[in-house]
Ligand binder design. Structure first.
Ligand code: FMN
Length: 325
């Protein structure tokens, strides 16, 4: 289904409030993966009056590499409607994107309490009948040809091969498995060994489903090692990008990047955000969180981060960085 993807491939994990259109553009500039996910977007919100507020979560500044719309929600009718808008290209047109989304991914892995208690995301692991309704509604809205994939965990409170079997029985375009259970959050090392049976199960039940591993994969070479060892198709990197924005490159130079190179990349991020956001200064807290990525690993980084944290506007933040030149 994802005919454009050459194996092995690398994916930037969806991270809410992090991997927005601007941050993905920064990563694109450094060392792009082969596939991006949007932040997770609620289909029920998209089908309500709150739609305009949510649309930026699906925005994209570049069409290269492709972007998958990562969605969640509770109402199968809304999954159907939003899938239809995505597959038809209507939603991409509404956003003014020059290319359509490459697929739709269903969030069945988020462990956040506020979400899980509603019965959404990783709570679906405990409710496969409802998960089935959602998958079927989405596939049907997507016209049964547009790629539909799932990102999930190994199980809810324990590793659950029945859940993975259930998902493979749905003949998804791709299955990304965060190799921990919901209960484990990110508190234990990812269970890589489980990839062995998952791969065997995938080969038996749904060889057309691309299998992607996720969890503690810090960079491209670590991903490639797993891909080779377990014969899977792709590797997804999440928090590794905080340690190295060049995590997808073959030979990242980030650990030896100069203070100026790091600051310049942060400035590029801030300038892009200023151009993109409707009210950039409202994003100041968010920009502060990114500071740790760039303003790190050189003498005086902590002091500079403290100065940046005092900024009330993006321009003040940029000024604090300019003083460093
Ligand atoms: C800040 C943050 C936000 C996240 N948001 C999402 C999300 O919206 N959807 C999702 O499926 N996973 C989300 N995740 C989980 C990641 O996609 C990924 O599965 C997890 O971080 C494990 O991969 P890693 O060890 O490479 O970081 C989020 C993780 C972080 C740290």
């Amino acid at each position: 289904m994802f005919a454009f993807l050459k194996k092995p491939f690398f994916v930037l994990a969806p991270m809410d409030d992090v991997t927005d259109a601007v941050f993905r553009q920064v990563i694109n500039q450094c060392a792009p993966p082969n596939l991006y996910f949007s932040e997770f977007v609620n289909v029920d919100g998209l089908s309500s009056r709150g739609r305009p507020r949510l649309l930026p979560k699906l925005d994209c500044l570049s069409t290269d590499p492709p972007l998958i719309a990562h969605i969640w929600g509770l109402n199968p009718d809304n999954f159907y409607l939003v899938a239809k808008q995505i597959a038809s290209g209507d939603l991409a047109n509404e956003l003014g994107l020059s290319e359509n989304f490459a697929g739709i991914d269903l969030n069945m892995g988020c462990p956040a309490k506020a979400v899980v208690k509603t019965g959404a995301c990783s709570a679906l692991i405990k409710n496969p009948d409802f998960a089935l309704e959602i998958i079927q509604a989405t596939k049907s809205g997507a016209g049964n040809v547009f790629p539909v994939s799932v990102k999930t965990r190994l199980g809810y409170d324990q590793i659950n091969p029945e859940w993975i079997k259930f998902l493979l029985d749905q003949h998804l375009a791709m299955l990304s498995v965060h190799l921990r259970t919901t209960k484990e959050l990110s508190l234990v090392p990812a269970h890589y060994k489980e990839l062995k049976w998952i791969k065997t199960m995938r080969d038996e039940l749904s060889p057309e489903t691309l299998l992607v591993a996720n969890g503690d994969i810090l960079n491209r070479s670590a991903g490639l090692k797993l891909i080779t060892e377990y014969g899977i198709d792709g590797a997804m990197i999440g928090r590794g990008i905080f340690q190295d924005p060049y995590a997808f490159s073959i030979d990242s130079q980030w650990t030896i990047a100069s203070r100026q190179e790091k600051i310049d990349l942060f400035k590029y991020h801030l300038e892009l955000f200023k151009q993109w956001a409707d009210s950039p200064d409202k994003g100041i807290k968010r920009m502060n969180k990114y500071a740790k990525i760039y303003v790190n690993g050189f003498n005086g980084a902590k002091e500079l981060r403290e100065n940046i944290a005092k900024a009330n506007t993006i321009n003040e933040m940029l000024s604090a960085l300019m003083l460093e030149q």
